[in-house]
Design a protein around this ligand. Structure first.
Ligand SMILES: [Zn+2]
Length: 305
């Protein structure tokens, strides 16, 4: 039994730009190297060098393609450079803050010039409701003339490990990450794929309701899904069983939430999820969709080789 292709729909691209943005938020003059030394992580170097490292890491684990998320607003250039260097391996996603400076222009450029394939919204982090006009404008500018751009919306509980490690305050408004608000957007943009990571990160029931109502809503399976502890007795196996029953195998995207080096690609997440699929008796064909096929369908390799 086997799945031929593994694609990871959720990795973070912790570029030098990412670290210097965190540094600025701490109001310290540290460089990316300083921050990485403090964290015990490898400094990323240039976007090209980090892209090469990612591809070597994917090779080491037999992973074909990965989405790489620019994980602070304004860092879309880093993932654009990385994906231009390895167009058949890396798929650029970018975090967008609809309350930031000229987000519409940024998004247009990110999509049209840098080849960004998904914009990532974190309403709880940016304090912009999903129904807000600013959110709508950002989505319109992303998907406008460029069919195929997806919208990723983080819902539920949100913790950013690196912010904790650096003692950066995270005043996230957790009320804003409601999957039912994603359903409203998904209905307004019925041809646009929406992705809710981590099964809604604690909002499983609402995420299932939203995806049941909207055929363009997908889930990514990424991370350790530690939110399951908010529902006593719930296991990750139960979560997969429910998602398969309600959403089906065509709208689940495998992901790990891998981010920094030297830790690299989070093989344990894959092993755990693969074991759950086997326990549930999911066919090889359906597993192939979740672990690779769905990602290739949503994010086909674009021109440039
Ligand atoms: Zn993540």
């Amino acid at each position: 039994m086997g799945i031929d292709v593994i694609n990871d729909s959720h990795c973070h691209f912790f570029s030098a730009g990412f670290f210097t943005t965190l540094t600025r938020q701490r109001q310290l003059p540290d460089t990316a190297e300083d921050v990485c030394r403090e964290l015990g992580w490898d400094p990323p170097g240039t976007p090209e060098a980090l892209a090469d490292r990612w591809v070597a890491e994917l090779d080491a684990h037999g992973v074909t393609r990965a989405a790489i998320i620019a994980s602070v607003p304004g860092d879309e250039e880093s993932v654009g450079i990385a994906a231009a260097r390895h167009p058949s391996r890396l798929v650029p996603f970018s975090m967008v803050d609809p309350s930031g400076d000229t987000p519409v222009d940024r998004v247009r450029r990110a999509v049209a010039e840098l080849g960004v394939r998904a914009i990532c919204l974190f309403p709880a982090m940016h304090h912009v409701p999903l129904g807000d006009e600013r959110t709508m404008r950002v989505i319109e500018s992303a998907v406008g003339e460029h069919s195929g751009v997806a919208v990723f919306v983080h819902c539920g509980v949100l913790t950013v490990g690196v912010r904790k490690r650096l003692n950066l305050a995270s005043r996230f408004d957790l009320q804003l990450g409601d999957p039912l608000a994603v359903a409203r957007l998904a209905m307004a943009f019925p041809t646009v794929p929406f992705v809710i990571p981590h099964f809604g990160a604690g909002r499983l029931r609402e995420a299932l309701m939203a995806a049941d109502a909207c055929p363009n809503i997908h889930f990514d399976t990424s991370s350790s899904n530690g939110w399951i502890r908010y529902t006593p007795g719930l296991t990750l196996r139960d979560v997969f069983a429910a998602a398969l029953a309600v959403v089906g195998p065509r709208r689940l995207l495998f992901g790990t939430d891998s981010s920094f080096f030297p830790r690299g690609w989070q093989r344990a997440v894959y092993d755990q999820q693969k074991a759950i699929f086997s326990e549930l008796g999911v066919s090889d064909e359906d597993q192939s969709l979740v672990f690779g096929g769905n990602f290739d369908r949503l994010f086909p390799i674009s021109g440039g080789g």
